[in-house]
Design a protein around this ligand. Structure first.
Ligand code: 5RP
Length: 220
């Protein structure tokens, strides 16, 4: 099975968590795009969505789904999003698409986070995928030096990329993240860091992994 087919299978499995008429938190990325395409085929299935990126907002609106400001939506029952890596504790690396800050906000505002991915995203130890860190532009070089001092790795500026919040991303290569909660907190303590792509303090509650054997469900 291709990774694309795995993503589609996981997206389809996520539909069972969507209550009719819900206001749904929606993530960003190709797996989520497959999920939005499925929602588009079921008009009225959700009342509205809170989006984690301008890209997802466009797709949701094209699908005829109203996009609400989180400030007007209140707490959300469900957030559906992809991941770049997950371990078996459902701690994630996210932000390959650069939407990590809004994704972390919407995940934090949601009672249940269902993560959808193809099964190649499941790893023993997080860190083979470069860890994204969103940074206020003036702090870029300072934050890069502090990252090396505090956790090691090799921060690299994501060239030609500005986040939806007007910030830059440092991708940190060559990490082996044995203690994701500790690393998430350590990075967030650096002045100038907006947030980082570790979702460990608030990881996923359910991980749906699409692969050749169907969809595997892991729970935190
Ligand atoms: C975007 C993300 C995505 O969820 C992550 O990059 C996975 O993307 P895809 O579904 O395309 O593999 O965190 O910021």
């Amino acid at each position: 099975m291709s990774t694309d087919a795995g993503k589609r299978a996981a997206a389809e499995a996520a539909l069972q968590y969507v209550e009719k008429g819900a206001i749904l938190g929606v993530g960003t990325g190709s797996t989520v795009n497959a999920f939005i395409a499925l929602l588009a085929k079921e008009p009225g299935r959700v009342r509205a969505a809170v989006s984690s990126s301008e890209a997802s907002t466009r797709l949701l609106e094209d699908a005829g789904i109203e996009v609400m400001d989180l400030n007007n939506a209140g707490p959300l029952d469900l957030y559906v999003d992809g991941a770049d890596e997950s371990n078996r504790h459902l701690s994630l690396i996210k932000g390959g698409g650069g939407a990590l800050t809004r994704e972390k906000i919407v995940a934090g505002a949601s009672r249940t986070f269902v993560c959808i991915a193809d099964d190649t995203k499941l790893v023993g130890t997080l860190g083979a995928f470069p860890l994204p860190v969103e940074v206020i532009p003036m702090a870029r070089s300072f934050v890069a030096r502090e990252i090396v001092k505090r956790i090691g790795g090799q921060p690299e500026l994501r060239e030609g990329f500005t986040s939806d919040n007007g910030n830059v991303i440092l991708d940190v290569r060559n990490l082996e993240i044995a203690e994701p909660v500790k690393v998430e907190r350590t990075l967030n303590d650096i002045p100038g860091v907006v947030t980082n792509g570790l979702f460990a303090i608030r990881g996923a509650d359910v991980l749906l992994l699409g692969g050749a054997d169907g969809v595997q469900t892991l729970k935190a």
